[in-house]
Design a protein around this ligand. Structure first.
Ligand code: UT7
Length: 320
């Protein structure tokens, strides 16, 4: 019998303040029409002064624990993916741990930007399958609003804040759980999507910079290819897939990737219209929406995928 990491519960959290395109158009040279046509984004959520990556992550984690019916005290591993931690250190995962009242567990952050959740999920899956953890919280949480240049219309309209979480539980035998994961990174593309600051260089937090058109081209190629790879690893075909829950960067990327794979757009969960790009939070946020509205059901084959700064990209296939 082999150990598998099964998704026992999902949860998410959004800041209280929702901002639509019309509100952004009041202070920027942009329009609702341009944003919707080029990206599919209509609204995003922006964190207030009392909301941080840590508070959003904690709320998402609480909801995932409730959904799983698992007590916080049973969690022995927290992996939190973020590029916008509350502090440079300690890890935001340890803030979530304390807020949940967990006295002792393994807790650390993973930095792989928009692919962060896939990286975190892969690490947690490996630890569970090797017997190093029994119940894990895997969280993607971001407050990208704090690293945006609000005068740069080419980037600031694209991103939002939020958090999503899953509880992974070790199960012996059975058919559910994570079937395969595949990760990649290629640092040669660092300058296409980056933050122009950091503790060891400028001593500042910095602002996000992106050459969108180039990132778009790489995203479609890399995402279609890594989804093919992960399905091969699991011995599955595109026709076996019930749902794809992709990183939500741009509705046109989702359409182009689905087309490249020969996948019906009806099988792709889309939340970029309401959340915008929430980086590491986007996949677990979208998964939570699709589970709670009844689309993703127990037994479904689900592919998760993401691509982001680095570049980093990856995919996972699971039976929910
Ligand atoms: O999460 C990590 C991964 N990130 C992504 O995957 C993002 C990938 N890239 C994209 O989603 C798209 O490339 C963007 C949405 C960023 C841009 O769409 P595009 O169709 O590639 O537009 P573009 O960058 O080629 O710009 C077209 C025009 C430009 O004007 P000119 O030079 O043609 O006169 C821009 O200045 O649109 C202009 N523009 C805007 N106009 C109104 C750029 N941003 C805006 C804006 N409002 N907000």
């Amino acid at each position: 019998m082999s150990l598998r990491a099964v998704i026992a519960g999902v949860g998410s959290a959004l800041p209280a303040r929702r901002v639509d395109n019309a509100e952004l158009a009041k202070q920027l040279d942009t329009t609702d029409e341009w944003i919707v046509e080029r990206t599919g984004i209509r609204t995003r959520y922006i964190a207030g002064d009392d909301e941080t990556t840590g508070t959003l992550a904690t709320e998402a984690a609480r909801r995932a624990l409730d959904h799983a019916g698992i007590a916080a005290s049973e969690i022995d591993l927290i992996v939190l993916a973020t590029a916008t931690p509350d502090q440079t250190f300690p890890a935001t995962a340890t803030k979530v741990q304390t807020a949940l009242g967990i006295d002792d567990c393994v807790a650390f952050d993973v930095a792989a930007v928009c692919s962060g959740f896939l990286y975190a999920l892969t690490v947690a899956d490996s630890m569970i399958r090797s017997g190093g953890a029994k119940a894990a919280l895997v969280i993607g949480a971001e407050t990208f609003s704090r690293i945006l240049d609000w005068e740069d219309r080419t980037t600031c309209v694209l991103f939002g804040d939020g958090a999503g979480a899953v509880v992974l539980a070790a199960e012996e035998g059975g058919t559910a759980g994570i079937l395969a994961t595949k990760l990649h990174a290629d640092g040669r593309h660092n300058q296409l999507l980056y933050v122009d600051g950091g503790p060891s260089t400028t001593g500042t937090v910095g602002k996000l910079r992106m050459k969108g058109r180039e990132v778009f081209r790489h995203a479609v190629l890399n995402l279609a290819s890594v989804m093919g790879e992960v399905l091969d690893l699991a011995g599955l075909e595109t026709a076996d897939v019930d749902w794809v829950v992709p990183h939500q960067a741009n509705a046109r990327i989702l359409d182009a990737t689905a087309k490249k794979l020969g996948l019906s757009p009806d099988k792709v969960v889309l939340t970029v219209d309401r959340h915008a790009n929430t980086s590491a939070a986007s996949v677990p946020l979208a998964l939570d929406v699709a589970v709670k509205d009844g689309r993703v059901k127990r037994g479904d084959i689900v592919v998760l995928e993401a691509m982001g700064g680095g570049f980093t990209w990856g995919a996972a296939v699971l039976r929910y």
